[in-house]
Design a protein around this ligand. Structure first.
Ligand code: PLP
Length: 378
């Protein structure tokens, strides 16, 4: 059987990884500044994380959600406290797309409405929402044509009042747009959105799947703007590579047996991984590290004349050029052995390293980046 060929692949076969480093099958060492789309939050094979997963594997790895899994309570308690949402409830699932589907479903249960607002250049996973962060209409399925989703221009405050009416059930927005090229919502835009949601009984869903878990230098990116969401979705960095996701739910949205459900969500291994990640983030002060190292990288990159714009908060950084960024990205990977990410904005590369990236590792990247730009100027 062949693999269904939906991913463009680099011809690199990693065999082991540690911290921010990967080794391929030929022993070549790579600096990982992408973490497989922002998934690696506490570094590859972090010893505490490995130990906790191993211990759990020897105890019990799976049973269905028909029995009490106390690790889920432990996870909810730690997540509530570190995220600043201690009074919210947690629904555990397996991926970002699933978290968003459940969030939209909850919003429709709560409001009795089915229309949804999302924004241009957004990406919320391969859900029943269209993939807005694409210029390629051939990857939009015909299903999307019947969708109840209205896409509004991102960061355009002037049209919000007209569209956020009592017909709308939910607004979904990323804490920072990731796939779309690292675009930060403006404070006044988010505040207006929040105000209109409150006024018209609309559920505000913050998709923090990529921007959450300390990546932006706060636990959630929307916390830079002092707003509170009704529902927050999380995944990627939550399990440091173990598939686990969640939905944080405002206490005003009441649970009912059978309302949501999942087979694998909240299993023992997923919880052990997610708890270990939270403990490492807290004990090793990784949110503060994301701020310090992120600011340093942004400041240094801004000094280069070939760079059009650097956007980002913490260790979620987008670097935009006036030309397609593929050449720089390929040079970083093949000449300097550094992984970075692309985005749907062809001129922008994404830098999404582990939150414990060290200063000397950032310096290695900055030296390589400078050399790539010099090669391009020649
Ligand atoms: N939401 C955002 C903001 C994402 O960046 C992604 C994935 O890139 C998703 C949702 C979908 O997550 P998953 O691939 O785990 O379904």
């Amino acid at each position: 059987m062949n693999l269904f060929d939906v991913y463009p692949l680099f011809d690199i076969v990693p065999e082991k990884a540690e911290g921010s480093w990967l080794w391929d099958k030929n022993g070549i060492k790579y600096l990982d500044l992408y973490g497989g789309h922002a998934v690696i939050s506490v570094g590859h094979s972090h010893p505490y994380y490995v130990e906790k997963l191993e211990q759990q594997l020897h105890k019990i790895s799976f049973y269905s959600n028909s029995i009490k899994i106390t690790l889920q309570l432990d996870l909810a308690e730690k997540l509530g406290s570190l995220s600043g949402y201690p009074d919210y409830s947690l629904f555990l699932c397996n991926s970002g797309a699933e978290a968003n589907e459940n969030a939209l479903k909850l919003a429709s249960f709560h409001t009795g409405r089915k229309k949804i607002i999302a924004f241009s250049k957004s990406f919320h996973g391969r859900t029943s929402l269209a993939v807005a962060a694409t210029d390629d209409p051939s990857i939009l399925s015909p299903m999307n044509e019947n969708s109840n989703v209205i896409f509004l221009p991102f960061n355009d405050e002037s049209i919000l009042e007209k569209h956020l009416t009592t017909e709308i059930g939910a607004v979904i927005i990323e804490g920072i747009q990731g796939v779309g090229g690292v675009n930060i919502p403006e404070k006044s835009f988010l505040h207006k959105l929040n105000e209109l949601c409150k006024k018209n009984g609309i559920i505000l869903i913050l998709d923090e799947v990529q921007s959450g878990y300390g990546r932006s230098g706060k636990f959630f990116a929307h916390q830079h703007h002092e707003i509170k969401a009704d529902i927050i979705t999380i995944a990627k960095g939550m399990g440091n590579g173990f598939p686990v996701a969640g939905v944080l739910i405002n206490p005003e949205i009441k649970a009912k047996h059978g309302m949501l459900g999942t087979t694998f969500g909240g299993n023992y291994l997923a919880c052990a991984a997610a708890i270990a990640v939270l403990e490492i983030i807290k004990n090793e002060h990784l949110i503060s590290n994301a701020n310090v190292i992120g600011n340093y990288i942004v400041t240094e990159i801004r000094k280069h004349k070939l760079v059009k714009e650097v956007r980002g908060l913490g260790l979620m950084i987008g670097v935009e050029f006036d030309f397609p960024s593929a050449e720089i990205r390929n040079k970083l990977l093949f000449d300097h052995k550094i992984f970075t990410g692309s985005s749907s904005n062809k001129n922008t590369i994404r830098i999404l390293p582990a939150l414990n990236l060290k200063l000397e590792e950032a310096d290695l990247f900055l030296t390589a980046f400078k050399s790539c730009l010099e090669d391009i100027k020649k």
